[in-house]
Design a protein around this ligand. Structure first.
Ligand code: PDD
Length: 282
């Protein structure tokens, strides 16, 4: 398998970056994760657009256009066979000669990309689905969570405290007790047949999987979905809870902080939406 670094393809062990890179020193960069099934990327344009918005937000000037990104992703996919691949894209502000907080001028961004194997095709069968037990805690991250920054210490610490409790994800709520998102996923609930997810603002990443689910559900008039504030209590009292991301698709949550959600198994609305999502992939 090959990775991409600054215009070249190489074996992973050949890829070398200076420790003076601002990605290493400051976490000063933007990243993206794009899923690909049987060589076909899902939500490619939306992922690239989000990355370009992130780069603009932190004033990294990179002149790669969508077609250049597509070529990099397709080249990596062609050297990494396998039905379910994730593509990781990473742009840091680049390597400076000294450690200085100010954005340097005349420094070329560092661009790195590689493929990895996704966990596998999520099953639409409630008995075979990979489901989640999660922790619940107050969101202690920064106030620009809409930017997909490589500085993920807050997310990592939240994930790890869930892992320490034996869980595979941590759902977060703000100081008002409103659900924001999870350490590496967006959150949905279902109550009395209505799907809901928190609205987009600076407290959450505008997830591409979240956006795809909204698009898909809007084309089925019998399904109801709302973007609205969801409290911690509503989450605990929901019929279904899901976490979504490029690597998880629609992940059913069966327990939150040890409390069973709904019937304690992936629910009927999850099954409906995950199967619509699976059909949408091809
Ligand atoms: N994480 N919220 C956060 C904080 C995330 O890190 C992610 C994705 C999402 C879901 O976004 P999307 O549907 O576009 O994947 C929401 C990626 C997969 C990661 O860090 O590996």
């Amino acid at each position: 398998s090959q990775v991409y670094l600054n215009g070249d393809y190489m074996a992973p062990e050949e890829a070398k970056i200076s420790p003076m890179d601002r990605g290493f020193l400051f976490g000063d960069g933007i990243y993206e994760v794009i899923p690909a099934y049987h060589g076909k990327m899902l939500g490619f344009n939306a992922h690239i657009e989000r990355m370009q918005q992130g780069l603009a937000a932190i004033e990294i000037a990179l002149d790669y256009d969508v077609e250049q990104w597509r070529e990099i992703c397709e080249t990596l996919l062609s050297t990494n066979p396998g039905p379910n691949q994730g593509i990781y894209l990473h742009v840091s502000r680049g390597t400076d000669s000294k450690r200085n907080h100010a954005y340097p001028s005349g420094v070329a961004p560092t661009v790195f990309a590689f493929c990895f194997t996704l966990p596998g095709e999520p099953s639409c069968d409630a008995d075979k689905a990979s489901s989640y037990e999660v922790s619940l805690e107050q969101d202690r991250r920064w106030q620009r969570c809409n930017i997909k920054s490589t500085a993920l210490l807050g997310n990592v610490m939240h994930y790890q405290s869930g892992a320490r409790a034996g869980n595979k994800e941590t759902i977060l709520f703000n100081a008002l007790g409103e659900i924001t998102e999870a350490s590496s996923s967006n959150v949905f609930i279902v109550k009395e047949g209505v799907i809901a997810t928190p609205p987009l603002d600076t407290q959450i990443l505008p997830g591409i999987t979240r956006w795809l689910i909204l698009q898909i559900v809007h084309t089925h008039s019998e399904l109801r979905i709302e973007e609205r504030v969801i409290t911690k209590d509503e989450l605990l009292d929901a019929d279904e809870v899901w976490i979504t991301s490029a690597t998880k698709e629609v992940g059913p949550v069966l327990k939150v902080d040890g409390k069973q959600i709904g019937q304690g198994r992936p629910g009927p609305m999850w099954q409906r939406v995950q199967s619509l999502f699976s059909q949408h992939k091809f």
